[in-house]
Ligand binder design. Sequence first.
Ligand SMILES: C[S@@+](CC[C@H](N)C(=O)[O-])C[C@H]1O[C@@H](n2cnc3c(N)ncnc32)[C@H](O)[C@@H]1O
Length: 288
Amino acid sequence: MSMKNAAGEVWSNYGKAFMILAKDGPGIIPARDMVKATNKLYPYASALSVLDLGCGVGELTNSVIESHGSDLPPSSQLLASDIAAGMLSQLELRKTNALAKGITAWEKVETSVDDAQDLSAFSDNSVSHVLAGFMLFMIPQPRTALKEIRRVLTDENGGGAFAMSSWLELDSEWYHIMTLTNQFRPERPSVKMPQTWLTIDGIRGELEEAGFRDVDVYPLKTYLPFEGHEQLADFMMYTFPNMDRMTAGFTEEELKELRRQIIEYVQSRHPTAPSKLEGTAIIAVCRK
Ligand SMILES: C[S@@+](CC[C@H](N)C(=O)[O-])C[C@H]1O[C@@H](n2cnc3c(N)ncnc32)[C@H](O)[C@@H]1O
């Protein structure tokens, strides 16, 4: 199996989980912020094409439509691209539902399976906005992807706009919950993310090195709301992306103990429920 197929298959399994998170997850506040910030650099009212790269179920595409659906030029396109076909099929369902509700800007959305490290399906200078939500830090060659992003962005109107998001130093409460699995299988690290992409200075350095201009990088608080401690423990253990990989092969006793520890941790941080887990994203916005 090729690298592309392997990565695509792993992520395809999480399409449904991402649809649940898309309703009320920690990606929503960052997505809205990225759209607002890129609009200041390059108004969506004069967009050529908008590329949502590593789109998942279309958090960024949805935000563009929510904020600017009615002022996008008729000729503009919303390109939603991901390595995982299973994510794109959830996005297509979202499109069908949105169109049924009369949100016509979804007609502009075209999906395609691509590896962000090879955007040969997109021509040079063809895109006014690239939005990459929580993706660059997880691919083997992020610098190759940055090169491709610069290539497809337009030189016109002061240079196309690019925004990306990452997580600040893994300080989010949902990451702490993921690391609780480490004690049971220390040989199986919970999250592998290169340090450079978890810091404000690291990301600024990568973007400037790749040739982007007017680079602005900043932290942004975001949240994962929950109804009750037990429901949250079950959601984290059985739905949250990657947790299945970390808990694979756990015995009944280990799962029970993990659930107990998740509840204990969340109660210590949020004694009453409903409440929301807290975390910090990093947002970076710049121009070609
Ligand atoms: C954490 S999700 C983020 C989804 C969405 N952008 C958001 O902000 O909610 C990461 C996405 O990157 C995709 N992905 C992983 N590796 C990729 C690659 N090499 N090229 C393109 N997409 C990739 C995954 O399939 C997944 O949909």
